[in-house]
Design a binder for this molecule. Structure first.
Ligand SMILES: [Zn+2]
Length: 179
């Protein structure tokens, strides 16, 4: 598994990850996630629990076909321009690697995700803690010129501890990393 792999609008992902594990989330949805990513996610979860934040996984691995369905569902609901702006085309979503996780926050027995998380203190703590567990915030603010994706405070990506730390302290996004 190449934990540093770059998948974006210009770099297609042509594989299927083989080391996925399956879990159920708070809403009883099936979640598939790459093994080492999950192991480190659990450490992050345990760490945040000390601050009374309960996190969960809203979405992690998505197959090519699932991404395709998601993309075309949005096309039929909201049109092609909206879809192109907010959803990645099949083959170009980082979720197909199994290394990306959309973090949810459990609050008052409800699972909050996307912009519904809406808790600045939590978001700040999450973002500054990620590197310790080998994760990066994949689509940060002010990096849209490189990532071509708007700020997503919930989307984290496993890259391994050394690279995550380097990227965090040098304020780099994955597109800026030389291969
Ligand atoms: Zn995501």
């Amino acid at each position: 598994m190449n934990y540093k792999i770059l998948v974006n609008k210009k770099n297609k992902y042509n594989f299927s990850p083989h080391n996925l594990i399956c879990k159920k989330n708070f809403n009883n949805n099936k979640i598939l996630v790459e093994k080492r990513t999950y192991k480190n996610y659990l450490k992050l979860k345990k760490f945040l629990k000390k601050f009374n934040y309960e996190i969960d996984i809203e979405s992690a691995y998505r197959s090519y076909d699932e991404q395709k369905k998601l993309f075309y569902d949005i096309v039929s609901l909201k049109g092609i321009n909206h879809a192109l702006k907010y959803v990645q085309k099949p083959g170009y979503s980082e979720h197909q690697t199994g290394l990306a996780i959309d973090i949810a926050l459990i609050k008052n027995n409800k699972m909050l995700f996307d912009f519904d998380i809406n808790d600045e203190k939590f978001i700040e703590l999450l973002h500054k803690s990620l590197y310790k567990f080998g994760f990066i915030l994949r689509y940060p603010q002010k990096k849209e010129i490189f990532t071509e994706i708007n700020y997503e405070p919930w989307h984290i990506r496993y890259v391994g501890k050394r690279l995550a730390k380097n990227m965090y302290f040098n304020n780099l996004c994955l597109e800026e990393i030389k291969k």
